[in-house]
Design a protein around this ligand. Structure first.
Ligand SMILES: [Zn+2]
Length: 434
């Protein structure tokens, strides 16, 4: 697969994946089409060596694995991890307020978005709804309005002279998207949602809406930008790019036991039923190898590459980086280190990734946080802690992380894909767990 084709498919995925639930739905379809079998956690599993499977938890987390054709005592896992969620504005359960003819929606802030970037954008709404049918069964379904239907207008500069200097956004008061203008007070958001459900899911008749997990999103499509097409600009690059890279790599002709975890709720700390601190991964590994001693031996011989975007050097703010560690766009994936292990990389786990980059002809860069700034974290250390597995934290360099629209290099996703694909396909994995 070449760069253009890869980016085209990435953009199709980004466009569809307007919520974590949509991302999981899209990737599940790709795996089904490629012959993977869907497993339900509530069922008894019977797996066959050489085959691929996937499992979804709480609609927003996906775990995919492909079993080696041969089972040996020293088998190991080649594992990948990424996250499906992105910072956003989540609609409150009773969201509608009406004043001065305007109907607005109450929202909560999900994760840590750059709030100023959410103003004056053509927003739509997508996510999951819970429904009750006439036989008393509860169903979960995704919905996505796809059209612009809400906007959070800025206050005119003439009424807010300090907007460019010192202005703080009050989350409760300033963030309510405008939904419509009405003369009467009887607008029902509930009815709007039910109508959308009927449009997207005509298999459900006479249903009741019981609740929803819905998010606002920017309707602007991803684009390649820059005079020479050097950059990708899109929403939710953190961390849908990594989910896509993991998926494309799993869909290749892989070697050994391979596993990909795309988990929800990283942006809010991962301590949820579907998050990386939950037991999704550990329970699946237990089911696949019931013998605890053998499972431990396998894990100690395994490697995990945790993928999440890195902070590329912003040309307007070079002082925000350590001068010796300046990851540049289009110059290769970034290994992220932190002395306090906010990233799980060590010289040992990073060595494997360096070898993979070298073998796939991919340049590699290194990042540590400027000492005066607080370091973020990701799911690498969580997975490393719970599994006791050698883990390296890597990611594409990006700008404006957690903005409604983020930027990366046009070559960056593809370069990380080449290295990750090498990890899953090479027949003699260099020194894994040695
Ligand atoms: Zn992230």
């Amino acid at each position: 697969m070449d760069l253009q084709r890869f980016n085209h498919e990435l953009f199709e995925f980004l466009k569809f994946s307007t919520s974590p639930f949509h991302a999981v739905q899209y990737l599940s379809t790709l795996f089904l089409k490629s012959g993977f079998t869907k497993l339900e956690e509530k069922d008894r599993w019977q797996t066959t060596p050489g085959k691929g499977y996937f499992c979804v938890r709480d609609d927003g987390s996906l775990l995919v694995f492909k079993l080696s054709g041969t089972k040996q005592e020293n088998d190991c896992w080649r594992m990948l991890a990424a996250h499906t969620d992105s910072p956003s504005l989540q609609i409150k359960p009773q969201p509608v307020t009406t004043s001065n003819t305007f109907t607005q929606l109450g929202v909560e802030v999900y994760g840590g978005p750059i709030l100023s970037t959410w103003f004056d954008r053509d927003l739509s709404i997508a996510g999951r709804v819970s429904l009750l049918d006439q036989e008393n069964n509860i169903h979960s379904r995704t919905i996505d309005f796809k059209q612009p239907l809400a906007i959070i207008p800025n206050l005119a500069i003439h009424l807010n002279r300090e907007v460019n200097d010192k202005y703080s956004i009050k989350r409760q008061k300033h963030l309510l998207p405008l939904l419509c203008q009405t003369e009467d007070d009887d607008y029902s958001f509930h009815d709007t949602l039910l109508q959308q459900v009927q449009e997207e899911h005509d298999d459900l008749k006479g249903i009741k809406l019981l609740g929803f997990d819905l998010f606002c999103y920017d309707t602007q499509a991803p684009s390649i930008t820059g005079l020479h097409g050097d950059f990708i600009s899109a929403s939710r690059l953190d961390n849908l790019v990594s989910c896509f890279i993991g998926t494309k790599s799993m869909l290749e002709e892989t070697s050994g036991n391979c596993l990909l975890l795309c988990s929800n709720h990283e942006e809010i700390g991962s301590s949820t039923v579907a998050g990386a601190q939950g037991n999704f991964l550990t329970t699946v590994l237990e089911r696949l190898e019931a013998d605890a001693s053998k499972r431990m031996r396998m894990l100690s011989n395994s490697s995990l590459i945790s993928m999440d975007n890195a902070h590329g050097l912003h040309p307007n703010f070079p002082e925000k980086h350590d001068p010796q560690h300046l990851p540049l766009l289009n110059k290769g994936p970034v290994i992220k280190y932190n002395a306090n292990q906010r990233y799980a990389s060590t010289s040992k786990s990073a060595a494997l990734f360096k070898v993979l980059c070298d073998a796939s002809g991919t340049p590699v860069q290194e990042f540590v946080m400027h000492n005066d700034l607080r370091c973020g974290s990701t799911i690498g250390p969580i997975a490393a802690t719970s599994l006791g597995i050698q883990t390296v934290d890597v990611g594409i360099p990006s700008l404006a992380m957690h903005s409604i629209r983020e930027t990366t290099g046009v070559k960056d996703p593809y370069m990380l894909f080449k290295a990750i694909s090498r990890f899953l396909t090479c027949t003699n994995l260099p020194g894994a767990g040695a």
